[in-house]
Design a binder for this molecule. Sequence first.
Ligand SMILES: O=P(O)(O)OC[C@H]1O[C@H](OP(=O)(O)OP(=O)(O)O)[C@H](O)[C@@H]1O
Ligand code: HPA
Ligand SMILES: [Mg+2]
Length: 185
Amino acid sequence: MDIEHITDDLDLEKTLFSEDEIRNRLGELAKRIESDYDGEDLLLVGVLKGAVMVMADLARTLDRHVEMDWMAISSYGSGTTSSGVVRILKDLDADITGRHVLVVEDIIDTGLTLSWLISNLRSRGPASVEICTLLRKPDAQKMSVDVRYVGFDIANEFVVGYGLDYAEKYRNLRSIGTLAPHVYS
Ligand SMILES: O=P(O)(O)OC[C@H]1O[C@H](OP(=O)(O)OP(=O)(O)O)[C@H](O)[C@@H]1O
Ligand code: HPA
Ligand SMILES: [Mg+2]
């Protein structure tokens, strides 16, 4: 019995996207990315920790050279205050001046994290900054974010798996789903 089976049985209410569905959709996005950046240098920037799975699978699906770098940021105020204030915990190793940057994310929820991050990256003088996110919640967005590559638009409900956590758990599920009510109580 693998770990996904165990946690699926106990804690997931419904599965939204299976491992296969995620893989297929990333394959489609990868084809568009290959074509859009044909002949260009490309730096993928993953946002820790949630983007780890998307980054690992997207990067391996891309049939071209890419560089990978990571940022860790801590968001404040995305709950009641909605201030969108963000602190950098780990900055990029790379200087992105003049480079094509593709930010890789697991989810855009309110949009506060990415709207802050994109303006921060733009201030560094890159050739371009675009976003690839596996999930987006259109009904939850407080800040509009211009996203070039979206895996799936989903309803405004809390999801876990494939990098997405609830209190740091469930990131290692292979599929994405919602949690059963007993988990929250
Ligand atoms: O659009 P928003 O409302 O800003 O939410 C999206 C952000 O929230 C999650 O990160 P989180 O802060 O939970 O950190 P994690 O990736 O380490 O789980 C997710 O990975 C995005 O980065
Ligand atoms: O729905 C979500 N699940 C997990 N982490 C998140 N961070 C923002 N939205 C979510
Ligand atoms: Mg989280």
